[in-house]
Design a protein around this ligand. Sequence first.
Ligand code: FNR
Length: 386
Amino acid sequence: MKPAHNIWDLRTQAQRRLPRAVFEFIERGSEDETLVRQNRDGLERIKFSPRTLRDVSSRDQTTTLFGRPLPTPMIIAPTGTADLLCYRGERAIARAAGAAGIPFTLATSSTTSVEQIAEATGAGFWMQLYLWDRRDLSWQLVERAGAAGAEAMVLTVDTPMWPNREFNKRNGMANPIRPNPTLARHFLGRPAWLAAVMGRYALEGGIPQFANYPTEAVAGGARKVNRQANSAAVTWDDIVELRRRWPKTLILKGVLSREDALLAIEHGVDGVIVSNHGARNFDASPASIDVLPEIVDAVGERMTVIFDSGVRRGSDVLKAIAIGAKAVMIGRATLYGAAAGGQEGAARAIAILQEEISTAMAMLGVTSLDQLDRSCLRRATVVGLD
Ligand code: FNR
């Protein structure tokens, strides 16, 4: 693997290696794509109030999340696309997460099965859920994930419709891939990737397909279910049912309002992920970091708050924690890593962020994460604080 000094280096390598249609699939937003930049602007705008002349020669970034000790306050976000970035990329990231001791979250729409992920990760894994029209099939997947050892169930609640990602249509791109001439042109432009990834899959029997969809949910030969129609009808009643069926940690992903966070508490949910889906879903949503303070304030100690969308630096992780998040989910950072260098690249992405967290802690004058609070922040730089 080529040297990478930060997440942006991994991104550059990913862009050089991947066909444009695949890179844009992971990189871009929706509609006018203003939110991609706004997630970064929101994080970059926030400044700390560093303290000095404190002994910061040893620093501890461990934390405890839902009763489980973590070496660093990070979790791999569900993305379900990594098998396109490098050969068996989903397992590569799961193994890197396992080696780093952090949870990997498997997406419902993944091309790697829950059982294969359970085998790959040594550090526990979480399962992300989209509900199907036929709830009985979704409950079967919940059971299957539980039997495979999933520690937490993450229901994504910010995707009632399939988002408008026009570039994917132009590029002929979807996950799983459906062959077409436009996509073929993109693929032929990256012969090394084509041979190393698609070539190997072709030799092994074909392009990976959704691996967690029950056969009943598979229409025709192509593994498709009409999720648009299904997710649009998901309501709090489903949370009641899911809570009844899933006794372990239950988390809602994609909460952007304090009202919904409060309803989550009422429904016995253990945590919410303040997330705008990495700016991929609804371009008129707020930057995720801008709503974090009000949600943390609304729920107080009653529920765990996790943050994602736009994290590219260790200091971003600390900003979310200083505001009141307990941990942060990482989406594209490890995808860039996997594209750049498989498991080694994903591990490099995690290590870069850990190193940056450690340096930033020293710069701030803190030696453990519990010393981080809003007094560490320049309050005027944080939306929602005065
Ligand atoms: C995602 N994300 C996502 N989330 C989810 O709940 N289910 C899913 O299937 C997917 N799929 C997915 C694919 C790709 C290619 C990306 C980049 C993201 C969103 C993801 O879990 C997370 O919220 C964001 O990626 C966080 O933002 P950053 O870290 O990528 O900026």
